[in-house]
Design a protein around this ligand. Structure first.
Ligand code: ZN
Ligand code: ZN
Length: 485
């Protein structure tokens, strides 16, 4: 199972990480020389660099925007949009409070220019405007390999838009000119961070499943009937479906992933499963539980809704309401008055003290360790008693093979032979009856040690970049646009 999941992850995310010589850390940070333009491959002239630096310094000084311009000969086979995003993440241009950073990346060999905007700029500089500036102001020059002029014209247009001195045909209010090609936003897909997140999801889901669903019900006597037993389908839905859902979004839609997209898919996937399970539980209850046997109905519903309170916290809509409704249903099943089987007159439930004299020693022992709790109904007219035992469904206590009370407690576990990565180990589980003191020990097998340290390559590089930059610490909104020529 683990292998299958790993394969999925590798298929899904592994292909995005290809090794090549390029890395964002190698790009010289212009802030180290109080500049804004990184031009390591000399794609534009020193004169153009100086002019652009001045333009950016102006925008920065006014607090309008902090713009990093990066011109690179190549980024290997990386995607320009991803690299622009990484540069943004590494340098963090933009004042922290305003998030008014912008990264402009030109990649010579891919013939591509990308804008990556901070949250704060998305209003003034929406993707469509970025795209129009690229198309109208930059590409005509880039196509003739005049990077000096294209970058200068483009960045002036950006400055005009941000300074609201835009007298050109690029303004927000202008309609799209028919001569411009259709606007195609660049897409963001899940990255390595999402692969790590998936591993976290799997671990968390195992815990959560144990909590809200419980273990597979292996009772031999199926009373009350099992309303839903998690099996292979549950496992697929919980652990594998999110990967398929992400894959489906990648393949069949044009959706651009945000940082919250994958977590949201995971959250909703669990929600879908829990909703499905709840519906099946109630359908099965109709089919399997007897209408009249309130004790069976109560226990059946109770066992099927073990972790419902926790589900209600995580998915208050609709599970909080379902939780309250289910609680009421249980209370009705247990506490609504019975009528006497013999004389049909109403009965009353006995208090804790009164019921002691009607319970056997074994039943009292069960109540004491909490495995079963008893309600005794007594007829006011003919004194007939009705004794109902409510099993709490504990997995720690089972029926004693000797005295048949539900007082057989799992006690200590002893490892006889330790498992290794190649061989299984042996253990002994001790049981002890809290009523008749009968003891037993059963051998069990301890699974092989898994070489489970699933290493997902090098995890994300440390974020503490050493440059003494005065980039403001803005964060990218993932917006922007890219154009090819
Ligand atoms: Zn009676
Ligand atoms: Zn016993």
């Amino acid at each position: 199972m683990r292998m299958i999941i790993l394969c999925f992850l590798v298929l899904l995310f592994g292909c995005t990480e290809k090794k090549n010589g390029f890395s964002v850390e190698k790009i010289p940070d212009p802030m180290q020389h109080n500049g804004y333009v990184s031009n390591p491959d000399h794609l534009i002239s020193d004169d153009a660099t100086a002019r652009l630096d001045k333009l950016m310094a102006d925008l920065d000084a006014k607090g309008t925007a902090q713009v990093a311009v990066v011109l690179l000969k190549t980024i290997g086979d990386k995607v320009p949009k991803d690299v622009a995003h990484e540069i943004f993440g590494a340098w963090k241009p933009g004042q922290k409070e305003k998030n008014n950073g912008l990264v402009v990346l030109l990649v010579d060999d891919q013939h591509r220019v990308e804008f990556e905007t901070g949250y704060g700029l998305e209003g003034d500089l929406p993707d469509i405007i970025c795209f129009r500036i690229q198309q109208a102001k930059m590409l005509p020059f880039f196509k003739q390999h005049d990077y000096d002029e294209g970058m200068w014209e483009g960045m002036n247009a950006v400055a005009d838009v941000l300074n609201h001195t835009d007298s050109t045909d690029l303004g927000v209010t202008t309609e799209i000119k028919p001569s411009l090609p259709d606007y195609i936003p660049s897409r963001k897909l899940p990255d390595e961070g999402n692969a790590i997140l998936y591993v976290v999801y799997l671990a968390f889901s195992r815990l959560f499943a144990g909590f809200v669903i419980g273990k597979k019900d292996k009772r031999l006597v199926k009373d009350p009937p099992i309303l839903y037993n998690p099996g292979l389908f549950s496992g697929l839905w919980i652990y594998i479906f999110p990967a398929l859902e992400i894959l489906a979004v990648i393949l069949f839609t044009n959706y651009s992933f945000q940082w919250w997209s994958v977590p949201l898919i995971m959250y909703l996937n669990w929600f879908g499963y829990l909703l499905y399970r709840t519906i099946i539980v109630n359908i099965n209850a109709k089919r399997l539980l007897s209408e009249e046997n309130r004790l069976q109905r109560y226990t059946g519903f109770k066992l099927a809704h073990k972790g419902l309170w926790f589900t209600a916290i995580i998915y208050p809509i609709p599970f909080y309401f379902y939780y309250v409704w289910n609680k009421k249903r249980l209370q009705n099943l247990r506490n609504a008055p019975y009528n006497c089987d013999a004389c049909k007159n109403p009965m009353v439930v006995l208090s804790k003290n009164e019921k002691k004299k009607y319970l056997s020693e074994g039943q009292l022992a069960e109540e004491k360790i909490g495995s079963v709790s008893y309600d005794i109904w007594s007829c006011k007219t003919c004194d007939t008693k009705k004794i109902l035992g409510y099993d709490n469904g504990s997995e720690r206590v089972s029926q004693c093979p000797k005295c048949t009370n539900k007082t057989f407690l799992k006690t200590k576990r002893v490892t006889v032979k330790r498992p290794t990565s190649r061989t299984t180990g042996d253990g002994l589980q001790y049981y002890e009856c809290r009523y008749c003191n009968y003891t037993e020990k059963k051998p069990f097998v301890i699974g092989k040690l898994s070489s489970s340290s699933a290493s997902f390559g090098s995890s994300s590089s440390s974020s503490g970049s050493s440059s003494s930059s005065s980039w403001g610490g803005g964060s990218s909104g993932g917006g922007g646009a890219g154009s090819s020529w």
